[in-house]
Design a protein around this ligand. Structure first.
Ligand SMILES: [Mn+2]
Length: 482
């Protein structure tokens, strides 16, 4: 709850992470032997930061490189991978689609995959540097990319900031409310370098740099504060009672500019309020990663989670290069453009969320589901689903379907759930992959958030089968009933 620069764990270094370090070392030796590299990366915040880290590190090492961003590695996007002699580095994608790389005719010696998604090996044995293979579930592709960059040259420590943004963008901090394991080591490297401030055990709200405090308090999904959560007027009254008020232009302060003593007062009042209503306070505190090197006030670049949202909005709206340009330090025109994307993105997510809340979801024994048709771009439906979770039955994963814009004969499926559901034995990635495969579709992702494409005609049975798959998972884990 203070601006602390915690350096605990200083005695542990990245080199203690032996097996992963070995893979990184071998990958870097391979990369070094090529003088022309193509980076193929994903369009979300983790993909964009991974690409920026790799590209900057390669350029600094004098290795010529170019980048290609793709929405998803699938048969339709394979053509984006250039048919040239350059060495191909896949980042934040590739592990789960190795058979496609094989189909594309890429030989094993021309490829390295830097990823953290579940691996689906093909006959061709591609080299992967994948954090999951070493038991790190909370290290995203940008984290692995940073390890690669540091192995190339330990002067790349400034890039830890981008790695933190990528990890936060992929929610690696959400379960524990802080980055942990190697991702935390990377964070601490950035703190030592000096472009990251660690605000430990601060208030767990989203939007500390740009969101007026009443909004931030009322609409943070993670919290359930009686009289404040989901109640903007209530949040304003709560703050006013404490003497925290808008200025003469009726602008409320943002959390980042509140004084330490006011922060303490607000947090104390929140704790009292929650305890009075017997609400658990275990998710009231979270670490924030603040970027004091960003000079603009009220800028979404001021902290890792808002920075990640800005990058996501560039990617989701087909401008990943714009996000990349921001990561490389460009501001000015690039920033103005990216900020416009962010505004648009936020409005659209709000609409998805409102649609879900207004229309309600259907409920099966083990999941909730909804079809949103073609109302929203399929790239943001999953984000809306994640945000809707806290307003629905938190015990059941949410499955949302929408029309696949690339091919309306297909349906895009997004599933999201909460950490305690995962702790109970649920694995969305497994459930979707296995069920989609049955209908000739494909899936991928993580235990807590996953997606799939299926033929439109299979929708109805698919939903029931996923419900079954989740039921089986719970039984297997001994936490479910038949
Ligand atoms: Mn990722």
């Amino acid at each position: 709850m203070n601006r602390t620069y915690i350096l605990k764990g200083e005695n542990r270094t990245l080199s203690t992470i032996m097996s992963l370090a070995q893979d990184v070392k071998e990958a870097v030796a391979e990369i070094r032997s090529h003088d022309e590299v193509t980076i193929i990366s994903h369009i979300d915040a983790d993909g964009i930061t991974s690409e920026a880290i790799l590209s900057l590190a390669l350029s600094r090492a004098g290795i010529q490189n170019r980048s290609v961003f793709i929405r998803q590695l699938e048969p339709l996007t394979l053509h984006a991978i250039p048919d040239d002699t350059s060495f191909k580095v896949f980042s934040d994608l590739g592990s789960g689609q190795q058979s496609l790389l094989e189909e594309k005719g890429l030989p094993a010696q021309d490829v390295i995959i830097i990823d953290h998604h579940v691996s689906q090996p093909a006959t061709t044995r591609y080299v992967e540097v994948n954090s999951l293979h070493h038991g790190y579930e909370k290290l995203s592709a940008a984290g692995v990319a940073y390890l690669v960059a540091m192995e190339l040259d330990n002067k790349n420590q400034d890039l830890a900031k981008l790695a933190v943004i990528g990890n936060v963008g992929d929610m690696m901090d959400r379960e524990d409310l802080c980055l942990s394991g190697p991702a935390r080591e990377i964070l601490l490297a950035g703190v030592r370098y000096g472009n990251i401030e660690l605000w430990e055990r601060d208030l767990n709200i989203y939007g500390i740099s740009t969101r007026p405090l009443p909004q931030a308090l009322a609409y943070t999904d993670d919290l359930d504060i009686p009289g404040v959560s989901q109640d903007l007027l209530g949040a304003k009254r709560f703050l006013e009672r404490l003497g925290v008020t808008p200025d003469e232009r009726r602008h409320w302060p943002v959390w980042q500019e509140i004084s330490f003593s006011d922060k303490q007062m607000i947090v104390t009042a929140l704790v009292e309020q929650m305890i009075a209503f017997s609400k658990p306070v275990n998710r009231l505190f979270a670490d924030h990663y603040v970027f004091s090197d960003e000079e603009m006030r009220y800028s979404p670049l001021g902290n890792a989670s808002e920075y990640a949202t800005l990058l996501n909005s560039c990617g989701r709206w087909s401008r990943p290069q714009l996000g990349d340009s921001i990561c490389r330090g460009n501001r000015g025109g690039a920033y103005t453009e990216a900020y416009k994307m962010l505004k648009n993105h936020r409005n659209c997510i709000r609409e998805v969320l409102q649609f879900i809340v207004d229309n309600g979801v259907s409920e099966l024994s083990h999941i909730l589901y909804l079809h949103v048709g073609d109302r929203f771009p399929d790239t943001i439906v999953g984000i809306g689903a994640g945000m809707a979770l806290s307003r629905l039955n938190p015990k059941k994963p949410l499955l949302i379907m929408c029309v696949d814009q690339m091919d309306p004969q297909n349906t895009k499926v997004s599933m999201r759930t909460k950490p305690d559901v995962i702790a109970g034995g649920v694995n969305l990635q497994e459930a979707l992959c296995e069920t989609a495969g049955k209908y000739g579709g494909s899936g991928g992702g993580h235990r807590i958030a996953a997606g799939a494409f299926i033929p439109k005609t299979a929708e109805k049975e698919f939903v029931y089968d996923v419900n079954e798959a989740i039921r089986r998972q719970l039984i297997k884990a001994g936490t479910g009933t038949s």
